[in-house]
Design a protein around this ligand. Structure first.
Ligand code: ADE
Ligand code: ZN
Length: 332
């Protein structure tokens, strides 16, 4: 199995229907769906907003620290089977605090599970809190200030949810994050235009762009991303399920690789989009006929794009090389 770095993964997007029902039941919550099959039938999306509505509704059954720990642990167990060796996971803190769950409860459960990840699953991790673009930037700033007062290990900040309205109002959030030594990413160029990618680079000072697929519509921007080696965390199955593209055959991955973009393959919200990162890679490989060299480049891009120290980066790089050599020996 290809060793993988996962850089674009919403923990709440790994909430599988079975666990949604189990957590709802133990919290005494009645879901508006009769059973798992009825819920699954709703996993047909017309676009980002239509998906987000269901995603936020389902995560509302998470109430207690244990719920957040169980969600996180279930992801890590699945990620291990997908070959994930390092994961930088997104967590939509405001989606929980806005409905009355204290930040320390939600983050307590997540960080407890992440802290045990290396030992339990052999996966190194980092936590990126993602602020919601559809809420006022002042809420995000207050939220980050609160999180910084908590004793929670934090890797970075991100921005997600509906790609509407400017990202510029979030500049104070990113400035505060930078002042505290946090890493900075943002969703842009998923449903929104290439100009949104420029905005998060120029105004928020992000170090990676989540999705960024629509950057391809702006040649000068692509040149800049290549020159500055700004990674794009692509999520192919997500893009198809949210109708950013009609099908995987149209996925411009090879064009992006040939242009020299630092692209990585990730799973976004795998419980909703039909597959974890291994499935994203497998389907792309089948449909596009990816070569061992191309797969190696994708794996190495993930290692380059990860926010890890030199020692961990060297370990991850060595695993990719060992995997490549095993594949070559097998082919030969
Ligand atoms: N939150 C969870 N998944 C998302 C996506 N694909 N785009 C924006 N916000 C999200
Ligand atoms: Zn995302």
């Amino acid at each position: 199995m290809m060793p993988t770095v996962e850089l674009h993964l919403h923990l709440e997007g790994t909430f599988e229907p079975e666990l949604i029902f189990a957590v709802a039941e133990r919290n005494g919550i009645t879901l508006p769906y009769g059973d798992i099959e009825e819920l699954r039938r709703r996993y047909e999306f017309t676009g980002l907003q239509n998906f987000l509505d269901l995603y936020y509704a389902n995560m509302a059954v998470l109430r207690h620290e244990q719920d957040f720990a169980d969600l996180t642990r279930a992801y890590l167990a699945r990620a291990r089977r997908a070959g994930v060796r390092h994961a930088e996971v997104f967590f939509d803190i405001q989606a929980h605090t806005s409905r009355g769950v204290p930040a320390e409860v939600a983050l307590g459960g997540v960080s407890e599970a992440l802290a045990a990840s290396e030992r339990e699953f052999g996966i190194s991790t980092g936590l990126i809190v993602t602020f919601l673009r559809h809420l006022p930037a002042e809420d995000a700033l207050r939220s980050l200030e609160e999180i910084l007062r908590l004793d929670v290990p934090l890797l970075g900040v991100g921005l997600c949810s509906s790609e509407v309205g400017p990202a510029a109002p979030f500049k104070p959030v990113y400035d505060l994050a930078r002042a505290h030594g946090l890493r900075r990413v943002a969703h842009a160029g998923e449903e929104g235009p290439a100009a949104n990618v420029r905005e998060v680079l120029d105004v928020l000072g992000v170090e990676r762009v989540d999705h960024g697929i629509r950057a391809l519509e702006d040649d000068a921007l692509v040149d800049r991303l290549v020159a500055e080696r700004v990674p794009l965390t692509l999520c192919p199955l997500s893009n198809v399920r949210l109708r950013v593209l009609d099908n995987l055959a149209e996925y411009p991955l090879r064009r992006m690789l040939e242009r020299g973009l630092v692209v990585t393959i990730n799973s976004d919200d795998p419980a909703y989009f039909g597959g974890y990162v291994d499935e994203n890679v497998r389907q792309l490989t089948d449909v596009l006929g990816l070569s061992l060299d191309e797969l190696t480049t994708l794996a190495r891009n993930g290692v380059e794009a990860a926010f890890v120290d030199d020692a961990r980066r060297a370990e991850l790089a060595a695993e990719v090389t060992a995997w490549r050599e095993a594949q070559l020996a097998h082919q030969g």
